[in-house]
Design a protein around this ligand. Structure first.
Ligand SMILES: Cc1cc2nc3c(=O)[nH]c(=O)nc-3n(C[C@H](O)[C@H](O)[C@H](O)COP(=O)(O)OP(=O)(O)OC[C@H]3O[C@@H](n4cnc5c(N)ncnc54)[C@H](O)[C@@H]3O)c2cc1C
Length: 411
């Protein structure tokens, strides 16, 4: 189970269970845990028993490592959503377990967090039966950690808690059945690289899966239910941080809010990643990437993937901008390209002093640079630029239309 921070944003429509069953009472199992009149007392007592049990089980790292080992043996599918190797998975399990126990007496928070997780697990095909087995794995890990001191009280508390968790997970999964999954994320970095341009880093609370080259759709607080697509500018990272490049189109719109009105700590919401601009794993053809302005973002992701995987295919990125000052990320792109086996970045500046770079239209630079008829081509940028570039690539450079890929102009 991924780490869930305290204060995970609430999901208003989820039920707020106020009760479980006292460890000494029949275990929780009903469909309506919120109806128990002494619910809060019961949850506080469950929490107290679990805290004692965890204290007896030993250092949290060791308990989490045991849990990971039990899951790896019994239910490896449940580890798939956890990013990284065993250590990172252990840390995430430790954080999740700590979060669960710390919030157990705050049913609103814990129901919302589990509900959100349930929706995500559903997207990944983790069903109720596997969730039940995760509870058994937790009991097993704790029992083996506590050893001879294991009591019936502990056993009942763990199982009762897990039945509640399953209930909340199921609510989240059911909600995801009729609503697309939504990830809440916090802005962790906001850099204005130009008056109207920002590079943002956001961290979703739950693991966010995507392929380099894909985009997400974002909703900002001031524009509820307005979802705008933005490319993800890096490969997936262990810390779950996503990078976005946003050029403000108008002060009062979503892009304006992201550039001018967003600060570190703000919340945004994300829809699942989508898009076809990913690398063809089985292609060894040259890769030609042509970007206009922030259209460079998905190509930063593709270059990063080429670098990380040591992919041998030759890759060239042409980045068309209006002025030299618009090359807001050229140093990082160059560095990534240098760590690829065979990649080059060619900025092309259309207006004013081009500095050390070619000037003019990006398509002219592409034509002057070489022969591309055998290449896989990816295009990203303002819709007009993408359409014009596509036409030129097909008609003048003889590139097979089937090899040219870009996302739709609007979604
Ligand atoms: C697959 C995809 C990926 C995208 N990735 C990025 C990205 O990484 N970075 C980024 O900054 N934007 C990206 N966009 C564009 C982004 O989704 C929004 O369309 C843009 O930020 C404007 O949204 P808005 O709500 O601020 O403005 P809107 O309310 O939609 O429009 C405000 C004004 O801006 C104009 N406008 C809107 N979009 C464009 C445009 N693309 N070019 C020129 N004028 C426009 C409108 O005509 C209108 O006048 C992407 C679009 C798609 C389809």
């Amino acid at each position: 189970m991924p780490g869930l921070p305290p204060g995970l944003p609430g999901i208003g429509h989820l039920p707020v269970p106020g009760a479980g069953h006292h460890p000494g009472l029949p275990p929780v199992g009903g469909d309506h845990p919120g109806e128990h009149p002494d619910g809060d007392v019961v949850l506080r007592e469950l929490k107290a028993v679990l805290l004692r049990c965890l204290a007896e089980a030993g250092p949290p790292d060791e308990v989490a490592a045991r849990l990971r080992d039990v899951l790896a043996q019994a239910q490896p599918a449940l580890l798939v959503p956890l990013a990284g190797g065993p250590e990172s998975q252990r840390d995430q399990l430790r954080a999740a377990l700590g979060w669960l126990v710390a919030n157990l007496d705050d049913p609103r928070a814990v129901a919302a967090g589990c509900g959100q997780l349930g929706g995500v697990l559903r997207e990944w095909g983790v069903g109720p039966q596997q969730a039940q087995l995760a509870g058994a794995a937790l009991a097993e890990a704790l029992r083996s950690a506590v050893g001879a001191g294991w009591t019936r009280e502990y056993d009942t508390a763990v199982r009762s808690t897990w039945r509640l968790v399953q209930h909340w997970l199921a609510d989240g999964a059911a909600a995801a059945g009729y609503e697309p999954a939504v990830w809440s994320a916090r802005v962790v970095q906001h850099e204005r690289r130009a008056d109207d341009l920002a590079v943002l880093r956001v961290r979703p609370y739950l693991p966010y899966r995507f392929l380099p080259g894909q985009y997400t759709r974002i909703e900002v607080a001031g524009h509820p239910q307005v979802w705008r697509p933005y490319s993800l500018a890096g490969a997936p990272r262990l810390d779950n941080v996503l990078e976005l490049h946003v050029r403000a189109k108008a002060a009062t719109t979503v892009s304006g809010a992201l550039v001018y009105g967003t600060r570190v700590g703000d919340r945004v919401r994300l829809r699942p990643a989508a898009g076809e601009m990913v690398l063809d794993a089985d292609s060894s053809r040259a890769l030609l990437m042509i970007a206009g302005d922030t259209g460079v973002a998905p190509f930063k992701a593709l270059l990063t993937e080429l670098a990380v995987t040591g992919d041998p295919r030759p890759a060239t990125l042409f980045w068309g901008v209006r002025t030299l000052a618009d090359l807001y990320d050229v140093a990082e792109l160059d560095a990534i390209a240098r760590s690829c086996r065979r990649a080059t970045v060619v900025p092309v500046v259309s207006d004013g002093d081009p500095g050390p770079y070619p000037s003019g239209l990006v398509t002219d630079a592409v034509a002057a640079y070489g022969e591309w008829s055998g290449a896989d081509v990816r295009l990203a940028g303002p819709p007009v630029m993408v359409a014009a570039t596509r036409a030129i690539l097909e008609s003048l450079l003889g590139i097979d239309p089937a090899r040219i890929r870009h996302d739709p102009a609007a979604l």
